[in-house]
Design a protein around this ligand. Structure first.
Ligand SMILES: Nc1ncnc2c1ncn2[C@@H]1O[C@H](COP(=O)(O)OP(=O)(O)OP(=O)(O)O)[C@@H](O)[C@H]1O
Ligand SMILES: O=c1ccn([C@@H]2O[C@H](COP(=O)(O)O)[C@@H](O)[C@H]2O)c(=O)[nH]1
Length: 252
């Protein structure tokens, strides 16, 4: 019996190397069947694994851009989307503030100047922070909050990231200027610690938004990628509309 087993094993081994055919008398034995099944399963699993690895390397991360005026409620809604739809929230502003605070950052002072003056940081800095955060997260669904904010941002994203990602849509929180201002001032008064939640910076941020960011939203609108949400009601009401958009776009 043992000799028979050794012979079959050797024969299977040579088969695996593209060798000989099994002796006829073993081809229907239980032992042969078991070894054959085990080999078949091993090869089958290997093939599945290879296909899965290939799929994982070719499926691009899904991205939703979240845009709107300063204080429109983008961050607030992103937290709710994360809870409900398992997205990863990447706020470009938060990433820039983190980079500003990072010891030894060569961009710290530049970022501070841009933020305080409501100007938009050059895309090379912001896009690299976004790409690193996406890679480090190991996740595949991203809300990119507060980006792209001007033509330089959009061009940089198209150069560096659009080929590697799959843009789903642009979520635009539409909110009147005076409401946005009151929300930012309120946030400052409740201790946000942000150097730009004051009237002086806000005037500049709103000007930048009107001059540089609105044209980007209009561009996305012209290519049918914008989902507009009325951001003036309370946050839960706003989220009901947001939820509808995600469900309608296939997210569960
Ligand atoms: N629908 C809402 N109704 C009332 N207040 C809101 C609403 N949504 C957010 N807020 C409040 O307004 C302030 C700004 O909200 P949030 O930080 O979400 O805005 P944002 O668009 O991310 O702002 P920014 O672009 O400046 O980062 C916060 O204090 C938040 O609690
Ligand atoms: O892509 C971006 C995003 C943000 N900034 C700068 O940061 C501040 C604050 O951004 P919030 O989204 O309000 O947190 C913004 O006014 C810009 O100065 C940027 O340059 N590029």
């Amino acid at each position: 019996m043992w000799r028979a087993f050794t012979r079959i094993a050797k024969t299977l081994e040579s088969l695996g190397q593209g060798g000989a055919v099994l002796p006829q008398q073993f081809q229907h034995s239980q032992l042969y069947n078991n070894i054959h099944k085990t080999n078949y399963l091993r090869l089958h699993n290997q093939a599945l694994l290879t296909r899965l690895k290939h799929r994982m390397s070719t499926v691009k991360p899904k991205v939703v851009f979240v845009l709107g005026g300063p204080g429109a409620g983008k961050g607030t809604q992103c937290s709710k989307i994360v809870e409900r739809f398992q997205f990863t929230h990447l706020s470009a502003g938060d990433l820039l503030r983190e980079e500003r605070a990072r010891e030894g950052s060569e961009y710290g002072q530049l970022i501070e100047d841009y933020i305080r003056n409501g100007k938009i940081v050059p895309v090379e800095v912001t896009c690299s922070l976004l790409e690193n955060a996406m890679k480090n997260s190991g996740k595949s669904r991203f809300l990119i909050d507060g980006f792209p904010r001007n033509q330089d941002n959009l061009d940089g994203w198209n150069r560096q990231m659009s080929g590697k990602t799959d843009l789903q849509f642009v979520l635009f929180f539409d909110c009147a200027e005076d409401v946005c201002v009151q929300r930012c001032l309120g946030r400052g008064q409740s201790g946000s610690g942000r150097t730009d939640d004051n009237m002086d910076s806000l005037k500049k941020r709103i000007q930048t938004y009107n001059n540089d960011s609105l044209p980007i939203i209009k561009y996305f609108e012209s290519v049918g990628q914008v989902k507009t949400i009325d951001a003036s009601p309370d946050a839960d009401k706003v989220f009901q509309d947001v939820e509808r958009v995600f469900v309608a776009n296939g997210f569960q």
